[in-house]
Design a protein around this ligand. Sequence first.
Ligand code: SF4
Length: 243
Amino acid sequence: MFNARRAFVVAVAICLSTLTARAQINPGHLTGIVKDAQGAVLPGVTVTATSPALLGAQSVTSEANGEYRFPSLPAGTYTLTFELSGFQTLAAEFLDAALAGKRHGFSNVRDTLEEVHKGMSKAYPCGAGLGLMGVATDGDVALCHRFAGSDEHKLGSVFSGVDHSRQDEFLLKHHIANKTDCSTCWARPLCAGGCYHEAHTRYGSTVEPNLHYCEWIRAWTNTCLEVYGALADKKPEFLAQFD
Ligand code: SF4
């Protein structure tokens, strides 16, 4: 079943490869979904396509569901770049709304503010294999919905239960302390190495940290820290919701 999903995975991998990615496409459109290291969709990301086949560059912005679409491109080899400018605009809007006592629906900022406020230091990038699992139609249980149906990432079955020895082995192997490439990174407490599925798609192993994400993750984390600092200074009561 996992193989049957591969066409989808490859299509998404173009956009998941963060700051730069190469894509060979046919005449027509190019689409994808932008996600962060935890696999959450990212709206407001400026995606720019450049190619010898193009005069100049084409840019689009990811939608609320993270999707972006270049409707008409000539055949060629493309480099995609993903920039935070749209994301930072939304973060600035979020800050303005919070300072004005209004609600803003950009949950990516809110979630990171909560993590910062609570002083989170993550051992794992997300709940996959920990408190969250994905179930395939045959009842097999895997790390998360993205791995549902993958025998390699199976952690049990709804009929026989979770294989706790396999789960323990997974958690031990994927603990942030074992990701030595991340050991000196200041963003590590919030990133924890990034999405397992992205690592599997990019490097063929869930154990690898998403080092191609780092510049993006650190820029985004820095933006959220700036928002947090501004709120702590000017509207500390907003942060009290996270107490
Ligand atoms: S080094 Fe990169 S992947 Fe590792 S924690 Fe830092 S930003 Fe995340």
